[in-house]
Design a protein around this ligand. Structure first.
Ligand code: ATP
Length: 215
């Protein structure tokens, strides 16, 4: 399938649509309106219609979208037809939680290997995933053709580990550490800083409350 050029904001919303369509399909629903979608995924219906318009006429106004059609369309766009193996580096509390998380349920993603320096866990299988020593990183990633890694090492080890991952051919890093990593421009880093996100949420709630108190 040809790659369609779509705005970044639209691309970010696709997984949201996709997940909801899976649920609708499982419930046996054939049609969904942009208003229904809008309520479920919390995106205004005008944006939904605009997003969908990038993919051509997928729905008719006032009639709704065909769930199965949309689903198979998004599946192709999101590459859900193929299973993507990813690595996890740093099998601490957060790392283990992610190993337990079933990414495959809604996305065809699987953590197929994990890495750590702690001899007590390397060489073992945790939640069905083999944990290798860091010295095997390059070999394993190359054998398994993995180019995406989730980073859950402590902050102090984040940059060093990133350098090792880049050296092992990683092209995409999901960074769960609060550190802003430096990596070559060809490597894409997605930051997921849970503490900062929570802090932002607290900040917004506090300022809302302040506004209300002033009224
Ligand atoms: P978390 O921060 O995920 O809650 P934790 O508090 O259990 O984890 P951390 O000290 O953050 O533990 O370490 C997370 C994991 O990263 C540990 O299993 C640790 O052995 C591993 N680790 C530490 N340094 C490195 C490194 N340089 N390379 C790979 N793994 C490392």
């Amino acid at each position: 399938m040809d790659r369609i050029k779509i705005p970044k904001a639209t691309a970010k919303r696709l997984p949201l649509y996709y997940r909801y369509l899976i649920i609708l399909n499982e419930e046996g629903k054939d049609k969904v309106s942009s208003t229904e979608l809008s309520e479920a995924v919390q995106v205004d219906s005008a944006s939904i219609r605009r997003d969908f318009s990038y993919f051509g006429a997928l729905g008719k106004r006032g009639y709704g979208y065909d769930v199965k059609n949309l689903l198979s369309f998004f599946k192709k766009i999101l590459n859900q037809d193929t299973l993507t193996n990813v690595a996890l580096v740093g099998v601490g509390n957060l790392g283990r939680a992610l190993l337990n998380y079933n990414f495959k349920r809604s996305n065809n993603i699987r953590i197929s290997c994990a890495f750590d320096i702690n001899k007590e866990i390397t060489g073992r299988i945790l939640s069905g995933v083999p944990v290798y020593d860091m010295k095997d990183l390059k070999q394993q990633l190359s054998d398994q053709q993995i180019s995406i890694a989730i980073l859950t090492v402590p902050s102090t080890a984040a940059q060093k580990t990133t350098d090792e991952m880049v050296d092992a051919g990683v092209k995409g890093i999901m960074n769960f550490t609060p550190i802003r990593l430096s990596a070559p421009a060809s490597v894409r880093v997605q930051n997921v800083d849970l503490a900062t996100e929570l802090q932002t949420l607290i900040y917004f709630l506090d300022s809302e409350k302040q506004k209300n108190d002033e009224l």
